[in-house]
Design a protein around this ligand. Structure first.
Ligand code: LMR
Length: 398
């Protein structure tokens, strides 16, 4: 069976992680994979997570299976986090949520669900998007197409081209939109642009699949779901994939969720049986620990307050590093304008660095970024920003 199997290249982002790890350079800088790092370069366990885990250690009574759609407490808590209390979708029972192994697990279940209920539907993703979107949906047997998103000349959103492309998407297809902190560009639509996008998506009878992986990392927990709420106010059906990896720092616990929004409550109950079926056929039921942590935090007032503060600290540190990188490059009199980096949102920045410049940074300074020019701003800290700025200054002069 395996003797003639062809070797295939590994995932480029994961390979970058390994290359960084193996680099002996003591001054190396990791701006690759999207994990938060504090000012010492560590991806910390949040203090509030430690508290929740201590509580669970004392109080957990069973390690029994939790069922295909996971923790029944988690779904309503995540719905409220995204929509606010008493949202009509909640009070009218038009939303149902299944716990999944991370945001990626949610995306895969969404792909399986689309393939099960409407195999003709295609998924339209932004160009560029998170590279794994293509693999995940292809794995689920759903055809993936792209719509324009990035305006390289302006380092901004190509809103006109995007809207024009959405006008051409066939009715009933699925359109994936990043709720906030667009990965990889860091460029989010403004509120006005979200209004335009939502109106058009509804007019075209498209089903939005909202990838909500960074709530709280952009401008705030509420601000980061403006687009999500606007889309849901106009579109009768939707899918939402949530990740708790970044905003709870629970990367390796694999905790996320898939929410299904339908026009009527009875559609929701029926369609949710298909979600459960996709999960059962895929991994049977999700791991419990991450969901227990998130549930413990979100259902306790004091823990929730502490979490919001720790999340704000992460967000503010990233914004500070954005501003400092821009100032630091300006003080070196770089012959390129990087001011747009301070306007982008979340962990990532499409820095405008070319593939050659990225490879120069890697070869000469042990600075690891994605070849597209995406940098993880959270990898910058007070100790490495001087070296990084100097290195970028040199790279763009080559
Ligand atoms: C990233 O884009 O770096 C993150 O979402 C991590 C991953 O799994 O790719």
């Amino acid at each position: 069976m395996f003797e003639n199997v062809k070797e295939i290249p590994g995932d480029a982002l994961l390979a970058l992680m390994v290359a960084f790890k193996n680099d002996p350079n003591p001054n190396k800088i990791d701006l690759g994979v999207g994990v938060y790092k504090d000012d010492t370069g560590l991806t910390p366990v949040l203090n509030v997570v430690k508290k929740a885990e201590a509580f669970l250690l004392e109080n957990e009574v069973s390690k029994g299976y939790i069922g295909a759609t996971g923790s029944p407490e988690l779904g309503p808590l995540l719905q409220k986090l995204m929509l606010g209390d008493n949202h009509p979708l909640i009070t009218e029972s038009r939303i149902a949520t299944a716990q999944t192994p991370g945001g990626t697990g949610a995306l895969r279940v969404a792909g399986d669900l689309i393939n099960a209920v409407n195999p003709a539907a295609r998924i339209w993703v932004s160009d560029p998007t998170w590279s794994n979107h293509f693999h995940v949906f292809a794995g689920a047997g759903v055809e993936v197409r792209t719509y324009p998103y990035y305006d390289a000349d302006q380092n901004g959103l190509a809103i006109d081209a995007m809207l024009e492309a959405i006008r051409q998407i066939p009715q009933g297809d699925v359109i994936l939109l990043h709720a906030s902190c667009h990965n990889p560009t860091g460029i989010d639509p403004t509120a006005e642009q979200w209004d335009q996008i939502s109106t058009l998506v509804a007019e075209r009878s498209l089903v939005p699949l909202i990838d909500c992986a960074y709530q709280g990392f952009g401008e705030g927990l509420e601000e980061d779901v403006y687009g999500l709420r606007t889309l849901l106010s106009q579109c009768p059906e939707a899918l939402i994939t949530t990740s708790c990896s970044k905003n709870f720092g629970l990367y390796n616990e694999r905790i996320g969720a898939l929410s299904l929004v339908t026009e009527k409550a009875e559609h929701c109950q029926r369609a949710f049986t298909q979600v459960a079926n996709c999960i059962r056929a895929n991994y049977s039921n999700p791991p419990a620990h991450g969901a227990a942590i998130v549930t413990t935090i979100l259902s306790d007032h004091a823990l929730r307050q502490q979490w919001e503060q720790e999340l704000a600290d992460m967000r503010q540190r990233i914004q500070r590093m954005r501003n400092e990188l821009v100032s630091s490059l300006q003080s070196l009199n770089c012959n390129r304008d990087f001011t747009f980096i301070a306007q982008q949102k979340g962990m990532f920045s499409y820095s405008g660095l070319s593939k050659e410049e990225v490879l120069y940074l890697r070869a000469h300074f042990g600075i690891y970024a994605v070849e597209s020019g995406r940098i993880n701003i959270a990898g910058i800290n007070d100790q490495n920003i001087g070296l990084l700025s100097e290195a970028i200054h040199q790279a763009i002069q080559q």
